[in-house]
Ligand binder design. Structure first.
Ligand code: ATP
Length: 305
């Protein structure tokens, strides 16, 4: 058994003239939780669909769970749990009835036992009789997770599973993900939330179909070559307008009420900040946040495309 859950390279998918995924390579060990990030339309869903055997790549090759991406797509589908962005249920059926339906699709044996176990693991037992249509977003998402883990997959591919659910439900969901990973499951999860990226062993960042960076969050920040100053105080709004487009301020972005000013040239950035030490603004130098780095990566990708 290969120790890599995902080992693909040259992965490419075109839709007409548009290259949705461009020569992407991912090598992911088993048993880890990786985040898959990138701007809207950058190719995350398309990549995930190729990885789980639902979409045939135009070019590229490799393996998923040791199975050939193209020749063994049937095997991959059976061993992967895929949670789509817009999961759907039978709204007039209960949680338990929905899971029974999915279990029959997978032709599982011991359906009662498997469902009991899944309900228990995901904290759904007490709600098993509730109609799916009456569940809140967080519980629906938990039901979707139950449905995609029912057949005991070796890997989960989760496509923005927490979009639109409240912070507590997102936190609970991530606790579940780490619990499943502790039992040996490999999880690749796409997200737009930075706090979720920080909970992953590693992240893959893709923009305009191209893989821009991959690694643990701290390494990605360290290797970004970016320098950041943060300004706070009543003067920041006027400051933002003054700084945008100036040499030494490649990126100017609000984080709450604070303004982050970043540049890859530390000397230019420092000189600019020194010239802007006006009243009503407090400055401090900070390690760039992951979001600062992503903004930078996105603009690099824009320049290339
Ligand atoms: N079936 C399709 N036919 C034509 N174009 C498609 C199809 N699926 C995706 N695309 C295009 O491919 C590109 C990548 O889309 P994809 O859904 O993979 O991005 P994404 O990173 O998952 O985006 P989001 O974060 O918004 O979910 C987009 O330009 C999209 O419009």
């Amino acid at each position: 058994m290969t120790d890599r859950a995902i080992d693909v390279y040259g992965l490419t998918k075109r839709f007409g003239d548009r290259v949705a995924v461009d020569n992407v390579a991912i090598r992911m060990p088993r048993g880890q939780v990786w985040g898959f990030l990138g701007p809207n339309g950058s190719g995350k869903t398309t990549t995930i669909r190729m990885l789980c055997g639902l979409l045939k790549p135009d070019a590229g090759q490799g393996t998923c769970l040791g199975y050939d991406l193209i020749a063994d797509s049937g095997q991959i589908k059976r061993q992967v749990g895929y949670m789509t962005q817009k999961f759907s249920f039978w709204e007039d059926l209960s949680i338990r009835e929905n899971l029974e339906f999915v279990a029959r699709l997978y032709e599982l044996r011991n359906i009662k036992q498997v469902i009991d176990q899944t309900l228990e693991t995901l904290g759904l037992s007490s709600r098993q009789k509730q109609l799916a249509g009456t569940l809140s977003g967080g519980w629906k998402q938990r039901l979707a997770l139950a449905a995609c883990t029912l057949h005991n997959p070796a890997m989960l591919l989760l496509d923005e599973p927490t979009a639109g659910v409240d912070p507590q439900a997102r936190r609970d969901f991530w606790d579940q993900i780490h619990r499943l990973a502790a039992e040996g499951l490999t999880v690749l999860v796409s997200t737009h939330y930075m706090d979720e990226a920080e909970r992953c062993d590693e992240i893959v960042y893709i923009a305009y179909g191209q893989l821009m960076t991959q690694g643990p969050v701290s390494r990605i920040i360290d290797e970004s070559g970016l320098h950041t100053w943060v300004a706070e105080g009543p003067g920041v709004r006027a400051l933002a307008d003054r700084l945008r487009g100036r040499d030494g301020a490649e990126h100017v972005a609000y984080f709450g009420s604070a303004l982050h000013v970043s540049d890859s040239n530390a000397a230019k950035l420092d000189a600019l900040i020194a010239s802007e030490g006006g009243a009503g603004t407090q400055w401090r130098r900070e390690r760039p946040s992951l979001e600062d780095v992503f903004i930078d990566l996105m603009s690099q990708a824009q320049d290339k495309s």
